[in-house]
Design a protein around this ligand. Structure first.
Ligand code: 147
Length: 640
């Protein structure tokens, strides 16, 4: 069977032969990290939070993820926020810091078979000798200990995200893991490019230390990429260890779905990759941040519970609901439709030792209908072939993950017609399902808004506060104040992953316009604290934050500063005030009414400015540097 005349439908014959084989499938997953992207999910109302988690993890419901990479937080920004470290200062480990262990627990509760993978982007500043140090190895082992306390076995551990590798560090990590009882944790090298495979080929100790070769964006995904091809190197393929797209994605949750499925299918066909991890899991971030629609779903409105499930979820389901880690690819039943990649691509997997098979076909680059003839042989089931399909090029709920047909093969043979722009899965397995939960409509966070931080769990991030750099945690207030405050608890500059900025944290609704934001502040060391208002667009790195800031130092020096998404800062007004000193409480306020900006301390006006650059945005707290200042009674009241 071959291609007919130009107008005729392309025809492909797929011989699904159970006696043929290929590499072992390791799973499809996503990344919570790199970073801050799951932050708001933690603050969702319980019902909608559970629904979103079901769409991501629950078998037979949605994306049904098989792998979950968790960021090992380092108190520094890793794209959309700074994830809290379990050890802000040397020796003080808090296994309840952050939200990644919580997320891992939620994933495991829904799918006990999901495998977890830890990876660091940044690391706390107390570490001596830089990232590739013994301190970091010990820190990662502490993190594994925390995971264990949470009942979370970690299957895979990486080095430093997208920062290459230090061969000797990886060798030391392997022996340290073995000595600490983590012999079963497999090391992934090196979450950067395929060059790691060259170094593995020339160094047997390094080769022995690394269990999985994981490269990033091997499918020309990434920012604006469309995954027209996937590649791995000869050295990687010859190594024999599993090859993974240990990060790919970075595309919009709906329009990126065709590239996502191409990356998975072509990842195997072109490059022999057996796992795919999408960046990120979910866009549970404020909508003024970069990549705010990138993930399998968006969840940016914790006060309303509104969320949206992306086409990426259904594209992922077309594989994960039909083949499990441990299944084998059938190379001879995987390839290009009609022999040309422009028609689309397909890959077949078979169950280990069983008779089930699933073939995933994608026609995202096709322009015409085509037919595929299947011939099942070699011990695989010639029973009913169930067909599920998703119209991935034109997303619509009615054409997401639809059970379209049940085909009864005749003598092991049947045909299937494929329309352009779809994903089809043909499978002998059953048990698939499409979740039906839906969230409420979104609404703004109502004013007045106040938070005294007394309801937050000590040692965790406060509700709605999303750290951009440093770590802001609920802690007992000091200096004569009872109850809880929020304290910046990363006391020195972390080992960063992207460029430096001062520690700050954002909260609230980006649509707020005319309001006064207030907070009490207690400077713990000499230096300057900040109150942010009308914080809107943030570009990378996080220092590129459009906002107005009131900055007040212990000396009493103050300024109203306008910062931009281009990274510049303009002083609009400045002056002096009686010294605030340290270790005492003061109230800062920054008010907006049209183009009028008013700053005050302890009820006394410091100064005003007139500026119409920004008309709306969030509030925030911060410090110039990494002082461990305390904040309390954050309030936002509307101005007429
Ligand atoms: C990734 C980072 O690992 C993520 O933390 C996040 O910042 C993401 C945003 O796109 O970027 O790094 C990339 C590295 C390479 C490419 C894309 C993203 N690439 O080659 O397209």
């Amino acid at each position: 069977v071959g291609a007919g005349p130009a107008q005729a439908a392309t025809t492909t014959t797929v011989t699904v032969d159970g006696s043929q084989g290929g590499r072992t499938f390791d799973g499809i997953g996503a990344i919570s990290g790199g970073g801050g992207n799951s932050r708001l999910l933690r603050d969702y109302p319980a019902a909608q939070q559970s629904q979103i988690l079901d769409y991501l993890f629950k078998p037979g419901y949605g994306a049904n993820l098989q792998l979950l990479k968790l960021e090992i937080g380092g108190d520094a920004n890793s794209t959309d926020g700074a994830e809290p470290s379990i050890e802000h200062t040397r020796g003080q480990v808090n296994c309840d810091a952050g939200y990644e262990f919580w997320l891992g627990e939620q994933a495991k509760a829904r799918n006990p078979n999901i495998k977890l993978y830890g990876l660091a982007w940044a690391a706390p500043g107390w570490i001596n000798g830089g990232f590739w140090s013994t301190d970091t190895i010990n820190y990662l082992i502490s993190w594994l200990g925390c995971a264990k306390q949470h009942g979370l076995p970690i299957s895979y551990l990486g080095g430093w995200n997208e920062r290459g590798h230090d061969v000797n560090w990886y060798i030391q990590l392997r022996s340290a893991l073995n000595n600490a009882g983590y012999g079963s944790v497999q090391i992934v090298g090196d979450d950067s490019g395929w060059g790691v495979a060259d170094d593995m080929a020339s160094n047997s100790a390094f080769n022995n230390a690394v269990s999985v070769i994981g490269a990033h964006y091997p499918c020309q995904g990434g920012d604006g990429g469309n995954a027209d091809t996937c590649s791995s190197t000869t050295a990687a393929k010859n190594n024999g260890k599993p090859l993974w797209a240990s990060e790919n994605g970075s595309l919009d949750m709906n329009s990126g779905a065709p590239a996502l499925i191409r990356s998975i299918v072509r990842g195997y066909v072109d490059a022999r990759m057996t796992a795919y991890l999408n960046w990120p899991l979910v866009a549970a971030i404020y909508p003024n941040l970069p990549y705010n629609t990138v993930g399998l779903a968006t969840a940016n409105s914790p006060w309303s519970g509104s969320y949206s499930i992306g086409e990426d979820t259904w594209a992922t389901a077309q594989i994960t609901q039909f083949a499990q880690p441990g299944w084998k690819f059938v190379d001879s039943a995987s390839g290009y439709l009609g022999g040309a990649e422009s028609n689309g691509t397909y890959a077949t997997l078979k169950s280990p030792g069983g008779s089930d098979y699933s073939t995933v076909l994608e026609t995202t680059t096709a322009t015409a209908a085509q037919t595929v003839g299947f011939h099942v042989q070699g011990g695989l089931s010639t029973g009913t072939a169930h067909v599920w399909a998703t119209r991935v090029n034109s997303p619509s709920a009615a054409t997401d993950f639809v059970h379209t047909q049940d085909i009864t093969p005749s003598g092991g043979s049947y045909t299937l017609t494929l329309q352009p722009g779809w994903i089809y899965t043909v499978s002998t397995t059953t048990g698939q399902g499409k979740g039906t939960a839906a969230g409420p409509a979104a609404h703004a966070l109502a004013l007045p808004y106040t938070d005294g931080f007394d309801n937050d769990t000590s040692g965790t991030e406060a509700r709605y506060l999303s750290d951009m750099q440093g770590a802001f945690e609920a802690r007992a207030c000091t200096d004569g104040r009872s109850g809880q405050c929020v304290q910046q608890v990363a006391p020195v500059k972390p080992i960063e992953w992207q460029d430096d900025s001062d520690a700050f944290s954002l909260a609230g609704d980006p649509t707020w316009t005319d309001y006064t934001v207030k907070a009490d502040v207690d400077l713990q060391q000499a230096g300057t604290a900040e109150l942010l208002g009308r914080a809107n667009t943030q570009n990378r790195p996080q220092s590129h934050q459009a906002a107005y800031e009131l900055r007040v130092a212990d000396t009493g020096a103050w300024s109203i500063v306008r910062t931009s998404a281009g990274g510049s800062a303009t002083t609009l007004a400045s002056g002096g005030h009686a010294a605030l000193g340290t270790r005492s409480w003061h109230t800062l306020a920054l008010g907006f009414s049209g183009d009028q900006i008013t700053a005050s301390v302890d009820g006394a006006t410091l100064g005003t400015a007139t500026d119409s650059t920004y008309s709306a945005g969030q509030v925030g707290i911060g410090v110039v540097g990494y002082q461990t200042d305390e904040f309390d009674n954050l309030s936002v009241t509307a101005n007429a």
